[in-house]
Design a protein around this ligand. Structure first.
Ligand code: ADP
Ligand code: MG
Ligand code: MG
Length: 252
């Protein structure tokens, strides 16, 4: 079992405090969802954990089994076992999708621990079939000319190939049609198990019809203001954020 602990995390952008003390504990074998209105700091949370230079951590820690990820270089964070899918995945010209994934899988490993070309191809074929992806996607340059839906599908492919201990998935559902949403959900559900935990960040409840979270957190104004089970997401669907904000006396 592994544990990802976000402790009293404060993050500022250009001297404006966005996250005002976020606390979360995610164990492997658990899927957590963070929901919240726009502009509340959800993407800031994932960007800070991933080490985006514009996001200044002013206080707090993000511990993976006791190791503070915030003190590691960004590539070391990934190697420690954290996968971060960005809301807007970037294009990397000149590298094919398959090359990128194999490099990422082998990064920091001794030669004898690297995945062989044959094993890589076998695994890639299997995961691409699961996600209904055409083989040609593997040979395309990373994210170049990918549609929004293809980028999201591709992120889930990377997730299945890299098999991180924890994944933080920011708005993996935005802009997806229902078929793509189902495929993305299938991939995340495929990862579920004793050696995997996830934090799914979403504005909408829709994704959670396909991935039933174990724990749901509501974020408002830079803090986690309420935590519950999957019923909390259903309640949001019915009431919107207004119901929760009125209950807690928080202005939206
Ligand atoms: P969410 O993902 O919940 O919609 P964000 O984390 O993207 O919210 O944004 C939180 C707040 O930070 C918002 O008020 C937003 O305007 C502000 N913000 C985000 N990015 C920047 C930036 N690059 N510069 C200044 N303010 C930003
Ligand atoms: Mg936003
Ligand atoms: Mg966001």
């Amino acid at each position: 079992m592994a544990v990802l602990e976000i402790k009293d995390l404060h993050v500022s952008i250009e001297d404006k405090e966005i996250l005002k003390g976020v606390n979360l504990v995610i164990n492997t074998n658990e899927i957590h969802a963070i929901m919240g209105p726009n502009g509340t700091g959800k993407s800031t949370l994932s960007a800070a954990i991933m080490g985006h230079p514009n996001y200044e951590v002013t206080q707090g820690e993000v511990l993976l089994d006791g190791v503070n990820l915030l003190e590691l270089e960004v590539d070391e964070r990934a190697r420690a076992g954290v996968f971060l899918a960005m809301q807007y995945p970037s294009e990397i010209p000149g590298i094919t999708n398959a090359e990128f994934m194999r490099a990422a899988m082998n990064s920091g490993k001794e030669d004898e621990d690297k995945i062989s070309v044959m094993d890589f191809i076998t695994k890639l074929d299997e995961k691409m079939a699961l996600l209904d992806m055409s083989e040609e996607m593997a040979e395309r340059y990373l994210n170049e000319g990918f549609s929004g839906g293809e980028k999201k599908r591709n992120e889930i492919l990377q997730l299945l190939m890299l098999e991180p201990t924890f994944a933080i998935l920011d708005e993996i559902d935005s802009g997806l049609d229902i078929d793509a949403l189902k495929v993305v959900s299938k991939g995340i559900n495929e990862m579920r198990g004793e050696n995997f935990g996830a934090l799914i960040i979403t504005h909408y409840q829709r994704l959670l019809n396909y991935i039933t979270p174990d724990v749901v957190h509501i974020m408002m104004d830079g803090r986690v203001v309420k935590t519950g089970d999957a019923d909390l997401a259903r309640r949001l669907e019915a009431e919107g954020y207004a119901g929760i904000s009125a209950e807690l006396g928080i202005e939206l």
